[in-house]
Ligand binder design. Structure first.
Ligand code: NAP
Length: 337
């Protein structure tokens, strides 16, 4: 069976996902697309050689009789509307982050999905599908280093064009917030945000860069995330888990060690697209396969809600200078299996 997909939003990441589904992955076909910019959507259909109908609204894509499942890759503030409409239509929906731009919007989606009685929503937290993070999780689950006590994490981008205000916390760190609680199978209870000396190499005056985010989990694990989105030198994601009997580090992307002119060197990637390209492929192949089986196995609407609560608490902590509680309701049974 071929899963027939409708895509809403044919901007940068929408185009990439359509390309991977059409030319790299198996079991699915993009049959419908929409973007507010209809000409751009038509251009994508032509450029990627798709047999897909271009609709003038996202709602029409969701309602189309030949669309089995929906991918939402439009502008963040539109996600909530399209995810709710997909749930109402009884169609599985993959939504790029954010699930909604407010925690309240995410909670509405959680409630609508529970009312529908069936898991339909997956959120685009692709790090859970990354080989390196999966290896690290296997080491922790095998109890190789005892119970985790401390996580030392780094999230560095060479530059962040268009970033302003609190976007480092609400746009890029959301991936850290999701993957770390998945890694630990734990939840956060508080957040603190330290604002060190600000880099001069930052375009936007309203952007604090770097930040140090301190999270505490229910089991007492202390997490430190350095977020530095104008670090200049590369895209660098690090995670070290300190356990009772040892430490475990996120494997570095493979790179050829070069010995030359009295130096040993390795390349560092510069783009998140290159770092996580394989993870995106695995994420979508698993979503296609699970959706075809009538299942939903990836990050859920609940995970999207928890991340929104966490980033809200970080923004609050940044501005208050205090340790702020993260008061999550108990996870409903609907999402615990
Ligand atoms: P983008 O290039 O701006 O693409 C978004 C597209 O959605 C644009 O073509 C935009 O049109 C269109 N759009 C806006 N409102 C719409 C509506 N009501 N109906 C249909 N289309 C609409 O942005 P992007 O970089 O692809 O990002 C899209 C989403 O993916 C964002 O939420 C972003 O956070 C997420 N994302 C996730 C990752 C990840 O690591 N998982 C990476 C990149 C992006 P106009 O340009 O004409 O407004």
């Amino acid at each position: 069976m071929t899963l027939r997909i409708g895509v809403i939003g044919t901007g940068a990441i929408g185009r990439e996902h359509i390309h991977r589904i059409t030319h790299k992955l198996k079991g699915a076909q993009v049959v419908a697309v929409n973007d507010v910019n209809t000409e751009q959507a038509q251009g994508v259909v032509r450029a990627l050689d798709l047999e897909a109908k271009v609709y003038t609204t996202g709602a029409e894509v969701i309602q189309a009789a030949d669309v089995d499942a929906v991918i939402v890759t439009s502008w963040g503030p539109t996600h909530e509307e399209f995810v709710l409409a997909s749930i109402a239509a009884g169609k599985p929906v993959f939504c790029e982050k954010p699930l909604a731009v407010t925690a309240e919007g995410c909670r509405q989606i959680v409630e609508a999905e529970m009312a529908a009685g069936r898991k339909l929503v997956q959120v685009g937290f692709m790090r859970r599908f990354d080989y390196a993070y999966r290896q690290l999780k296997c080491v922790l689950e095998a109890d190789t280093i005892g119970a985790p006590l401390i996580l030392n994490c780094v999230h560095r981008n060479p530059e962040a064009p268009g970033f302003s205000g609190d976007m480092a916390l609400t746009d890029s760190c959301v991936h850290e917030f999701d993957v770390l609680r998945w890694l630990l199978a734990d939840d956060y209870i508080s957040a603190q945000v330290i604002q060190p000396r600000r880099t001069r190499l930052c375009d936007d005056d309203s952007l604090q860069d770097p930040h140090v985010i301190l999270l505490r989990t229910r089991q007492g694990v202390h997490i430190s995330i350095e977020s530095f989105v104008n670090c200049q030198y590369g895209y660098d994601i690090q995670c070290q888990v300190v356990g009772e009997t040892g430490t475990a580090n996120l494997p570095e992307p493979a790179s050829v060690p070069v010995r030359r002119e009295a130096k040993l060197s390795f390349d560092i990637l510069v783009s998140w697209k290159d770092r996580f390209i394989d993870a995106f492929d695995v994420e979508f192949q698993e979503w296609i396969d699970a959706t075809t089986r009538g299942e939903m196995t990836g990050p859920s609407a609940w995970d999207g809600y928890v991340v929104a609560m966490t980033s809200d608490a970080c923004v609050k902590a940044k501005h208050s200078g205090q340790i702020e509680p993260i008061e999550l309701p108990e996870c409903p049974d609907f999402y615990t299996n």
